[in-house]
Design a protein around this ligand. Structure first.
Ligand SMILES: C[S@@+](CC[C@H](N)C(=O)[O-])C[C@H]1O[C@@H](n2cnc3c(N)ncnc32)[C@H](O)[C@@H]1O
Length: 381
């Protein structure tokens, strides 16, 4: 069975914010979330399975009172990267001191979706918040980042790239890296799920707009203007297609962004024709122990793989039908004409999560890609 490169562990669905783009549609805790002991057992199982990187998120992970115990336990285990993704509202002096003491190797990603209270509150708003409350929230979050960075913690800033807020990305980079002391800015492309699906017109990028934006970013990156900006994109065509359209040298852009399709790795390319690693090298565990192939598939009934409350990780990975389906999936089964696309060897079917979100099937086409031919979808299914 393939090795787990990355696992997202959503410790709770509870959240003290109500972000309009939230792909997890977080707010209330799930009815029966895992206990501390159950979580620590799952963490040990994931580590024993050889997972290379684990990210604790939610919901807001700091809503759990036992978070520092869980992080401390994960950080004590060797040979993997441990990170926590947070809204940054819980960095009291006591919490920062305990993190520095008990989790020195922890990566902390604080979400700052804009360089001003206005842009920030486009996504990270609370219902009925006044302008003064929004400004105070922005100050608290940015203050949390600088406090954690000043204490020597390894802090990065996450920021979601949406069509409505993209104009502020470079200013957010400067704020995060030059003013707040973050190690990096991780720019995450908007994914149409959860609450975010209510705002597709405002947040989602048509492919042509994305292509233009990403080419401009890549020009800045190659010119050395954004050395600490990293990328998180749902699929490989969102990286390669704008680069090809813009006449960029792909190898040079891959090096600059430190980003490369798994299909470009000879061993991977020999064993799989699908570029999306969901369910194969990636999993997501929900707060109640339910497992999904990817954080972007959480809540999709057909993709529920089982529960770590009732099964061991090994049993679940061996028996879960959605995981087997994704492991065995071949590009020829994917709709939209992907297998005859010129980008097949780079992309391999686009985002299986987006195909699932749009069409309810992991063999459907990723219609966000302008190269797909939707008419071919039905024929293949
Ligand atoms: C769902 S949040 C959970 C952790 C924490 N509560 C926080 O605010 O960072 C994890 C990360 O996903 C990002 N995110 C949320 N919805 C998204 C979407 N629709 N597309 C892309 N990224 C999204 C958030 O901005 C955040 O950086």
């Amino acid at each position: 069975m393939a090795g787990l490169v990355h696992v997202d562990f959503n410790l709770t669905n509870a959240c003290n914010l109500a972000c309009t783009h939230c792909h997890s549609a977080s707010g209330k805790a799930l009815p029966e979330e895992l206990t501390t002991d159950e979580i620590i057992d799952v963490v040990h199982q994931l580590h024993a399975a050889g997972t290379l990187s684990i990210a604790f998120a939610g919901g807001e992970p700091f809503m759990r009172r036992d978070l520092l115990t869980i992080l401390g336990e994960a950080c004590r285990l060797d040979g993997w990267r441990v990170s926590v993704i947070t809204n940054g509202l819980f960095f009291s002096d006591g919490v920062v001191a305990r993190l520095a003491d008990e989790c020195p190797n922890l990566g902390i990603n604080v979400s700052v979706d804009g360089a001003t209270p206005d842009t920030f509150s486009e996504l990270r708003t609370q219902p009925n918040a006044t302008p003064a409350a929004r400004a105070a929230l922005f100050r608290r979050v940015t203050g949390g980042v600088s406090k954690a960075a000043a204490a020597g913690l390894r802090v990065s800033v996450n920021t979601t790239m949406t069509r409505a807020t993209m104009h502020d990305l470079r200013a957010t980079y400067r704020l995060a890296v030059e003013e707040l002391g973050a190690d990096a800015l991780v720019a995450i492309k908007f994914f149409p799920a959860g609450f975010g699906r209510r705002h597709l017109e405002r947040y989602d990028f048509p492919a042509s707009v994305w292509s233009r934006e990403f080419q401009a970013l890549t020009r800045d990156k190659l010119a050395g203007a954004l050395p600490r900006m990293q990328l998180s994109l749902p699929s490989a065509w969102e990286f390669y297609l704008p680069l090809i359209e813009g006449g960029f040298d792909l190898a040079e852009a891959e090096r600059a962004w430190n980003n490369r399709s798994p299909l470009r790795e000879p061993a991977y390319g020999r064993s799989r024709s699908i570029g999306d690693v969901a369910g194969v090298h990636e999993l997501c565990v929900s707060g109640d122990g339910s497992v999904y192939p990817s954080i972007l598939m959480v809540g999709e009934k057909d993709m529920l793989c089982g529960s770590l409350r009732h099964q061991s990780l090994e049993q679940l990975r061996q028996s879960a039908a959605p995981l087997r389906r994704l492991r065995e999936l071949r590009l020829a089964e994917v709709g939209g004409g992907c297998s005859s696309c010129d980008l097949a060897g780079l992309c391999g079917g686009g985002s299986r999560s987006r195909a699932l979100a749009e069409h309810g099937s992991v063999t459907a086409s990723d219609d966000a890609c302008p190269l797909t031919t939707p008419a071919l979808t039905e024929a293949v299914r």
